[in-house]
Design a protein around this ligand. Structure first.
Ligand code: BES
Ligand code: MN
Ligand code: MN
Length: 453
């Protein structure tokens, strides 16, 4: 990379951080209908920002939900075209009292920036935007054709992105997609993620009596929906921790022996993983290591449960309703729609006729495995190696980015996932952070990437 490009990055580093702070200050919480105006403001901020760094062809595309930002900078049809994807929406910040500094007042402590969205995904996305800015400022152009797609609904399952991609297939055509919305294996170990789990998300409501009852007058003779819901939830797993839903594992692709060997060579300690969680012991499916459980095996976890009396003191009530949210992480080749059917069939089988139940689904996503070679992966490897001065490792991840499957299916394009976050970034939790070292090294990696590709 030219010295001028490197000095540009150095000279402007403080401003880059100031701008990231402005971006993080906007509470673009996609799940929260009261935040609609802020999500909109964030989309406009991004659009103006891209325009101001010299990407003059920027559109704000309205959808039935939150806007999509689409931009392009095309230089030469004979050169490769890379699509950059990211999301500007963030998770809700609650519980607020567990934050050491307010979620939308970005604060720097110990070389890290704390704010909702710091790592997921504003900070990671912004590294690419600043690298593109540097190329445009120093060279007056970009080394390849670049298309940019940034959505505001990733955290709610991207309901409007897939239709938009299908409608704009030709416009989006490209040689590869690059995304920084995941994590590195460990600090100082640059990583390329080649697998993500999918997701199927459910809500269940169990109704017993039509209204809350005195548990002395009726208890013992009337079905209790919380008791029933608990038994349904316990029937999801067997005593060993395997999922006990008929057919659930039928389409799970077995881990290949070489992959298991590779993962055993990664530096990993159960004790350190355990320490990150604060739990007292690990638990999971028998016969698999921790990395295998998180990267390559499916799960079913309750996300929340509510019902009856949870206030102060004691109230002897037999509740009318019990509700839970639960979700499955899926692995290739499980299909979220098939899994939904199996889960509902299981509930129909185990739920007693003494109660009524309703099951609803939220938007899910398909699991993916991406190529370990190709122009973008190879370029990302070289770029990571140069800026981190270490050999990149190939890893899989346990989280989900549903649009990656859409890119493969609709655009027929491979994706390279260059995660810049760290496992202790507390994404979706209080005190989310992004290490400034990763922010600046990320900008440098991206600047190299556009040249290398
Ligand atoms: N950026 C995350 C996904 C992620 C994080 C992948 C770390 C790999 C490593 C993304 O914003 C996210 O949170 N996705 C959701 C899924 C979505 C459908 C709500 C998830 O994984 O729960
Ligand atoms: Mn994300
Ligand atoms: Mn997220």
């Amino acid at each position: 990379m030219s010295d001028r490009l490197n000095s540009y990055l150095k000279e402007n580093s403080d401003r880059f951080l100031e701008e990231l702070i402005s971006f993080l200050k906007i509470p673009s919480i996609s799940t929260d209908s009261n935040s609609k105006a802020d999500v909109d403001r964030c989309a406009h901020w991004l659009k103006d920002h891209l325009f101001n760094i010299g990407i003059t062809n920027v559109q704000l595309e309205e959808t039935p939900g939150h806007p999509i930002i689409y931009a392009e900078y095309l230089i030469d049809a004979s050169k490769p075209t890379i699509l950059l994807y990211g999301h500007y929406d963030v998770q809700p910040p609650e519980p607020l009292d567990l934050w050491d500094s307010p979620p939308f007042e970005p604060t720097i402590r110990d070389g890290k920036i704390f704010a909702r969205g710091a790592t997921d995904d504003k900070g990671q996305l912004f590294t690419h935007i600043k690298a593109l800015e540097a190329h445009l400022a120093v060279e007056g152009t970009l080394p390849v054709n670049v298309k940019i797609l940034i959505e505001g609904e990733e955290e709610v399952g991207s309901p409007n992105l897939e239709p938009w991609i299908k409608d704009n297939k030709e416009k989006l055509s490209c040689d590869a997609v690059i995304i920084s919305d995941s994590s590195m294996y460990a600090p100082g170990i640059p990583s390329i993620m080649y697998g993500l789990r999918g997701l199927a998300y459910f809500e269940i409501e169990v109704e017993g009596p039509s209204h809350d009852l005195h548990s002395g007058l009726y208890g013992g003779a009337v079905p209790n929906p919380i008791n029933v819901l608990s038994s349904i939830i316990s029937s999801f797993h067997d005593a060993d921790g395997r999922i006990a839903i008929d057919g659930f594992y039928d389409t799970v692709r077995d881990l290949v022996e070489s992959e298991r060997e590779e993962w055993k060579n990664l530096p990993f300690r159960d004790s350190e993983f355990l320490a990150e969680t604060g739990a007292s012991e690990l638990a999971g499916e028998p016969g698999f290591t921790t990395l295998e459980r998180v990267w390559a095996r499916p799960t079913l976890d309750c996300n929340g449960i509510i019902g009856g009396f949870t206030g102060e003191g004691a109230k002897t009530v037999l509740p009318s309703l019990a509700k839970a949210k639960f979700s499955c992480r899926l692995v290739p080749d499980q299909d979220p729609l098939e899994i939904e059917k199996l889960v509902i069939a299981h509930i129909e089988k185990v739920c007693p006729s003494s109660v009524k139940f309703k099951v609803g689904q939220h938007h899910g996503g398909k699991p993916v495995i991406t190529d370990k070679t190709g122009i973008a992966v190879d370029a990302a490897k070289r770029a990571l190696k140069k800026s981190w001065d270490a050999e990149p490792v190939f890893i899989r991840g346990g989280g989900s980015i549903p649009v990656v499957a859409t890119f493969a299916e609709v655009l027929k394009t491979p994706t390279v996932l260059v995660g810049l976050g760290l496992n202790d970034d507390r994404l979706h939790s209080p005190n989310e952070k992004f290490d400034l070292e990763n922010f600046y090294k990320g900008i440098q990696t991206s600047a190299y990437f556009w040249n290398e590709v």
